[in-house]
Design a protein around this ligand. Structure first.
Ligand code: SF4
Ligand code: F3S
Length: 106
């Protein structure tokens, strides 16, 4: 499956949602996740993310390996999102800022 990583936090551009053929994105307050059992590995979302926050699970950097489990966990509790919406107001300022995982809201 593909996985949403730390740099989505506080950005949530949602360009990814628009291209997913199986609608497997789930939305929290300031982050999205992909449901690993629903993702068909089409790779369409990866180049769409302005924050470059989506990678295949076999390409995740070691320091973000826990995001595999985090996506699986939160996809079970957050609501499905199927249409693009406006990014968070601070998205462009927050794109690329390190250490955003502390700011993840559930
Ligand atoms: Fe959806 Fe394809 Fe991205 Fe998986 S890889 S989340 S199926 S767009
Ligand atoms: Fe997040 Fe990128 Fe989608 S910032 S909401 S993974 S387009």
């Amino acid at each position: 499956a593909f996985v949403v990583l730390e740099n989505c936090i506080k950005c949530k551009y949602t360009d990814c949602v628009e291209v997913c053929p199986v609608d497997c994105f789930y939305e929290g307050p300031n982050f999205l996740v992909i449901h690993p059992d629903e993702c068909i590995d089409c790779a369409l979302c990866e180049p769409e993310c302005p924050a470059e926050a989506i990678l295949s699970e076999d390409e995740i950097p070691a320091d973000q390996i826990d995001f595999i489990e985090l996506n699986a966990e939160l996809a079970e509790v957050w609501p499905n999102i199927t249409e693009q919406k406006d990014p968070l107001p601070e998205a462009d300022e927050q794109n690329g800022v390190p250490g955003k995982r502390e700011a993840l809201e559930r």
